[in-house]
Design a protein around this ligand. Sequence first.
Ligand SMILES: Nc1ncnc2c1ncn2[C@@H]1O[C@H](COP(=O)(O)OP(=O)(O)O)[C@@H](O)[C@H]1O
Ligand SMILES: [Mg+2]
Length: 502
Amino acid sequence: MSKKNEIIAEIKNISKNFGVTVALNQVNMQIRRGEICGLIGENGSGKSTVMSILSGMQNATSGEMFYKGKIWKPSNALEAARNGIGIIVQEIGTIPTISVAENIFLGNYDRFRRYGMINRRQMYKAAQLVLEKLNIVGVDASATTDTYSIEQRKLIEIAKVMANNPEILIIDETSTAISETGRQVLYRLMHDMASQNKAVVFISHDLEELMEHCDALNILRDGCLIDHLEKENFVAEDIKEKMIGRKLTGNYYRVDMDGYDSEVVLRADCITTMEDLMCFNLELHKGEILGIGGLSSCGMHTLGKAMFGLTEVIDGQVVLTDGNVVIKNPKSAFQHNMGYISKNRDTESLEINASIGSNIQSTGFEKNKWFGPFISAKKEKKYAQLMVDTLAIKCTGILQPVKALSGGNKQKVVFGKWVGVDADILILDCPTRGVDIGIKSAMYQLIYDMKKKGKSIILISEELPELCGMSDRLIIMKNGKITGEFFRKDGYKNTDLIECMI
Ligand SMILES: Nc1ncnc2c1ncn2[C@@H]1O[C@H](COP(=O)(O)OP(=O)(O)O)[C@@H](O)[C@H]1O
Ligand SMILES: [Mg+2]
């Protein structure tokens, strides 16, 4: 019989190199039954890499692993899944064009085969049952996967992994991609696994979340295991310091109470979109950080897109006060010095196969054109390098393809695209999602510096602390409508905000 605290898997002296990048350096880790083990570290510290090796997605350069007392050398993820190691990956791990059920049972279709034919009806039924068991509602197993939002697809992926009955469940920064309801599904699942003497490895950026749910914590920094802590030794400040290798100094959020100009720079005049918004009004002022919060389905993401011309406004209009310009598409928004950072950075904000440099330059390029038909390659390179340095993007150089970067470093590249062009109005949709605390504070500083320069910022976020910490004015939305408006100068309570959200 399996016992609580028994070692189920062990990682011994695992190293992984990608060319000159040392992603992992002699890492040791033990995974125990009945335990939720957290894994934390800054972006690029090697968290995804170490777990992708354990789950068979890639091979280590050196070192060895053990699973249930035997040498463990999976040759692919399917082999690992069949042997009880399941991973919910950081990126989207479902295939968009097939049904939810086909994703859930990917690699296991034989279960539903009779006389050479796959019994789809039976497969849909079984998949629906898996979803139900996990309390995932609103997903139809027979529907095509891409009819669902990123968040729902993450939940489908959880079902896919759970359909294999894993003994070790690895969750790689999934909680940042889903809202509170989804998180509750995830937390319940983690604790259920642990109570059945199975094991969970939980990768997250949210220290509070980790401290609450984990029994132990491994801290990675620059590919090295820095420390292993048991729950009774969790101290937030201590963990942060170990993650970044220095004490965090200065303020995380802004501390001032400075206001903003009364001049309105951008407004939505009774805008209606295909989804979410009906005659919605909004005004953004010069030098204002306007926070917009709510549950992820409240319409705030659509609002951000509509303000930048990315979503069609079927009635009403978005108007730039200066020159009375109507924003109809991203091109006009861009030409009038507006910038936008998408929540779905991989699919909407980055040329994933292109280099870091060319991604950063893609916005600067348009701007530099004004200075003549020729762009100085040297100048461009210098500019890209400056952004890489300013944002401490962890890479081998500006020529490295963006797809090789860790999630948070990708986000920094997106940020670099817009910070550099000096946009007057910036719409940020969850700009710090999946980004570690070190770079988060750097981003907050950049946002604040922009405000101080008289720029105007719309900050859409699912994280209340960030909204409260940064906004001059905070609007809470629910079902496409404004349910509350709060002013920094007046002060307010978190509970007031939450009341407006749900
Ligand atoms: N396929 C790859 N090719 C090149 N470098 C990679 C690849 N995958 C990861 N890396 C590098 O390895 C390091 C660790 O990355 P990763 O494990 O994704 O970090 P984390 O998950 O902690 O953010 C980073 O420097 C990253 O750029
Ligand atoms: Mg990662």
